[in-house]
Design a binder for this molecule. Structure first.
Ligand SMILES: *Cc1c(COP(=O)(O)O)cnc(C)c1O
Length: 360
């Protein structure tokens, strides 16, 4: 079976972890600093703050931007649950705006209608590694004095008109095991704002600048040096991994030609880093497609089968929003393997399996 994802772990990661273990410096040491410096450079910003997960990154990014109880944050219903949950963690209310059917990201044209006097921030998600419409989102945020918090968990290395994703406001990355580069668990927050960076560092470690003196409230969201060492080793491979993902996606887009399969669209001027290669099939045939692909030795996955406001917990909170495009996407999307470990044979198998789908 060709798996939908597979972490790429080599001798570099193994050696890096062993070196940290032998150093005895296990938390918030040189590897964390090196990882932060690498992300700041990648995003063209002056600060990066490493934390224990992508979820912690989103949570602290909201707090550091002053988002709290009584505030609203505009985001997408079509994402991993952590996007909206982080807004709840900050005590604020997620307000969901529908997505585009061709790129799965926030429909920027619908954002302004959702702004109220309580809106404090917009949280776009660069879903599957495809940058959201940042020109429009930035203009809206400036016009209304809103913060931008990018959920870039799936988009490390992506660019929007040559500007790095993660550099448009406060950028939040995840280094979870299945992401484009990983540290098993981990997160990074990027910002050009010195004050926000300082608040993030306090929030990360119990509000403390000097050990056992606590200037503020905070959490323990520190990243270990063991995880950071894996992240640093992976970062060195980021460009090679990304180039492979883009080449694999190009192969699939050239060779998949099933009349009922919609291939991913890449908007002009962006670098899509293909965390996922996501096709659409007629909703009533998706389960059959999954089974047929499996029979052909091809793993696949549905990201995501239920829009966030329709998840059980969000229904309990009283969400009843009708967001027709997200609903449709959640029934039709199907992600195929696109990761850097695919061989030419794997790619041939995947394209042939998709072209052979019986969807009627
Ligand atoms: C993975 C992911 C997160 C959360 O990251 P964790 O490191 O798993 O906490 C948030 N948003 C999106 C879109 C993700 O894919």
């Amino acid at each position: 079976m060709i798996p939908i994802s597979r972490p790429q772990i080599g001798p570099e990661e193994e050696a890096a972890v062993m070196a940290v273990l032998r150093s005895g410096m296990l938390v918030q040491g040189h590897q964390v600093e090196a990882l932060e410096a690498a992300f700041a450079k990648l995003c063209g910003v002056s600060h990066a703050v490493a934390v224990s997960s992508g979820t912690a990154a989103l949570h602290l990014a909201l707090l550091a931007n002053g988002v709290g109880p009584g505030d609203e944050v505009i985001t997408t219903p079509f994402s991993f649950i952590a996007t909206a949950n982080s807004i709840l963690m900050a005590g604020a209310k997620p307000v969901f705006v529908d997505v585009h059917n061709n790129c799965f990201n926030l429909d920027a044209g619908q954002i302004e209608a959702a702004i109220t006097p309580r809106t404090r921030a917009i949280m776009p998600v660069h879903l599957y590694g495809h940058p959201a419409e940042m020109a429009t989102i930035t203009a809206i945020a400036q016009r209304h004095g809103l913060a931008i918090i990018e959920d870039a968990a799936q988009a490390v290395g992506a660019t929007y008109h040559n500007q790095p994703i993660g550099g448009f406001g406060t950028g939040c990355f995840s280094l979870y095991a299945t992401k484009n580069i990983m540290s098993a668990e981990g997160g990074i927050i990027t910002t050009d704002d010195q004050g926000i960076a300082e608040r993030l560092r306090l929030l990360r470690s119990h509000g403390s600048r000097v050990r056992y003196y606590h200037d503020d409230f905070g959490y323990n969201f520190r990243l270990t040096d063991l995880h950071a060492a894996i992240g640093v080793a992976q970062f060195a491979k980021l460009e090679a991994f990304t180039a492979r993902r883009i080449a694999n996606a190009a192969y699939l887009s050239t060779h998949i030609r099933h009349p009922l399969v919609v291939k991913p669209h890449v908007r002009a001027g962006v670098r899509h880093v293909f965390h996922q290669y996501t096709i659409r099939v007629p909703g009533e045939w998706r389960d059959a497609a999954v089974r047929q692909l499996q029979a052909a030795g091809v793993g696949s996955a549905v990201f995501y089968p239920v829009p966030i406001p329709q998840q059980t917990y969000y229904r309990k909170l009283g969400y009843e929003v009708e967001l027709p495009v997200s609903d449709q996407m959640s029934r039709e999307v199907l992600s195929l393997p696109v990761h850097p470990a695919l061989s030419e044979d794997d790619l041939t198998t995947i394209a042939a399996a998709v072209n052979g789908l019986q969807l009627a």
